[in-house]
Each structure stands twice: as structure tokens, then as C-alpha cells.
Ligand binder design. Sequence first.
Ligand code: NAG
Ligand code: NAG
Length: 349
Amino acid sequence: MLSTFTMKFQSQIAVIALLLCFFLSCGQLVTKQAGGSLNFLVVGDWGRKGLYNQSQVAYQMGRIAEDLDVDFIISTGDNFYEDGLTGVADPSFLQSFSQIYTAKSLQKPWYAVLGNHDYRGDVLAQLDPVLKEIDNRWHCQRSFTLKYNLCTLPSVSANDIECPSAAELYFVDTTPFVDKYWEIPNEDTYDWRGVTPRDIYLRRQLQDLEKALKISKATWKIVIGHHTLRSVGEHGDTEELVQQMLPILEEFKVDLYINGHDHCLEHIKSLTSPIQFLTSGGGSKAWRGMKKDADMNGVEMYYDGQGFMVMKITQKNLHAIFYDIEGNIIHELEMSKNHTNLWAKKSSN
Ligand SMILES: *[C@@H]1O[C@H](CO)[C@@H](O)[C@H](O)[C@H]1NC(C)=O
Ligand SMILES: *[C@@H]1O[C@H](CO)[C@@H](O)[C@H](O)[C@H]1NC(C)=O
């Protein structure tokens, strides 16, 4: 998949993905037949060797992914419980990932961020390219960007650079933002290699995010991190991110912030901007209950059980669908944008 050019023809949809640059910030032209969309799944907080309903969620993901022909899968972190991986040879990688998400439809790139539990093991292991030799789906980085230009066949060719930028996904490493993990003494041990000095690391992540958002021409801007911004689940809001990151997301009109960490499925609307907060953290842990005295303003959906999310994106429309472990739809979010102006501008220069 990460080679230069892949082509796949199916009866309905032709996908031509061209990798334009290095993985850390790459652009892909995704070409679909009219009516086709960029499709992906989002799951979080899952690696428990198939137990606690992880396998049931994996089964439904496989089933839904097959119907949709998904392009990739996103993991919102806490990939391996309880304490990440002990090293690249840790059998948990196979037991909790390769041997669980076995459906043919899930043999696609998995783009993962790290959660706080992942930082409690050998943090460098999950980032090590050696894991790709064991399972080539695995792409885990601390922070990175994926850009998708959506072209519609047969009106444009795959290398037509006029294909509009449909979606940009910004993955942020949120664990180092949380003060309590840095407290000494601490009941847990965190592997901060590659993250210190902390203040420089955090500042740089925020600056990189701001720079990327500022120049983005994408219709849909989506930021993904492990920790919550807004949540009524057990952990609630992450104050450090609300203070340091949310203002940037609001200023540059990010459409969605997607996270895990709280082991539930959630959709909360912002009351101060168009941003929507989506939690997909039900990959195996669940049933933790709500946070006491949670701020219920803007809550559109809160489901305490296991499940995952599907996202379908076109140039004009975005459709998020939450599924429970039986494969029932429990909530949907639809958004659309009017692009008359964008196209008018393009043809006039
Ligand atoms: C697995 O899912 C079912 C259905 O939602 C639920 O009743 C059960 O408690 C779950 N098991 C665990 C360990 O969470
Ligand atoms: C889209 O925007 C144009 C120009 O502002 C407007 O004329 C048109 O009615 C809009 N279409 C929809 C479906 O909102």
C-alpha cells in the first residue's frame, strides 16, 4: 500500500490511490465513480486479546467494512492494554491486533495514534517500522497528516491536480498534554522517550497543527487524538486540550474532533462553534457510566457500550454512523457544504 501506485477495480467503484509524498504528511488522490465516497472506520481502546467483546466488535467491523469497501481504519489509541507493548516482539501485537481483525475487508491500512496506556509500555515499539514487517497494515505515528483529494470518474483523470481537496485528517499525540501523567510520584510509569523537553514538544505540535490548518483548502478538516475534548463519559473533558488545542480548532473551522479514551460512543455539539465532538472508544472496554455532574449541553448521543464508527466523506457531504456490537445503527450525523463558490472561483482563475 505504501509503494507508489496501487490500483483496484471492483464492480462499482474504482480506487486509484497515489501516494504523493512521505507518510508523515502525505496526499492521496482517491478516485471514485460518481456517488462514491471516501470510507473509513474508527475504533478505539481495543487491545485485550479478543476478550471483553473485542472480537465481537471486530466481527461487526469486518461485516460493515465489507459492505462499504473501506479505504482505511483509524485507531484512536489505547491500542494495547494494560501497558502498551513490552517491545516489538510482544505477542500482544498478534494476539490483540493481527489475530483479531482478520476479516478480508479489514486488510487495509490502520492509522493509529498512541493512548495513555500505550505510553505505559515501550512507547517506541508501536512506532517501530519492524511492526510493519509483522503486519503491514500497522501505521502508528505520534502525529501526522493524511490528505485526500477526491476525484470523480470518469470526468477527471487520477493525476488531475485539480481534484479538490476533500478531507484532511490531522493526528495529534495528546497524552503528553495531560498534566497528571507527569506528576511525580505517579501510580503509573510513562515512557516519555522522544517527548522531552515537554514544553517544546507540546508547543511544536500546536504550531504544526495551526500551520497545517491555516493553509488547508480541504472541505472537511478532521482532527484525531486519543483524549477527549468534550465528553460526558467517565473521564470527561480534557482541560489541557480544551485550553491549548480547542481555540486553534475553532479558529480554523475544524469540522470534527474524533477521540477515544472514554470507553463509549458519543456525539456532542459545540455551543460556541460548528465543531462536533465524536468519541469512538468502545473497541473493548465499556460500561463505565457517566461522569458525575457531567455538562450535558450539546450532547446529541451518549452510548455506554462497545461499538465503533463509520465515516463516509464526499466533496459535499459527511456522514458518520455509530454501530453497537450487534451491528445496529445507534446514531448518525450528516453534514453538508455548498461548493458553488469554491468551483466558481476555480474556473475564473
Ligand atoms: C458485551 O456486550 C453485551 C451487549 O452489549 C453486554 O451485555 C456485555 O455486558 C458485554 N460484555 C462486556 C465484558 O463488556
Ligand atoms: C449554494 O450557494 C449558492 C451561492 O451562494 C446559492 O445560490 C445556492 O442556492 C446554494 N445552494 C444550496 C443548495 O444551498
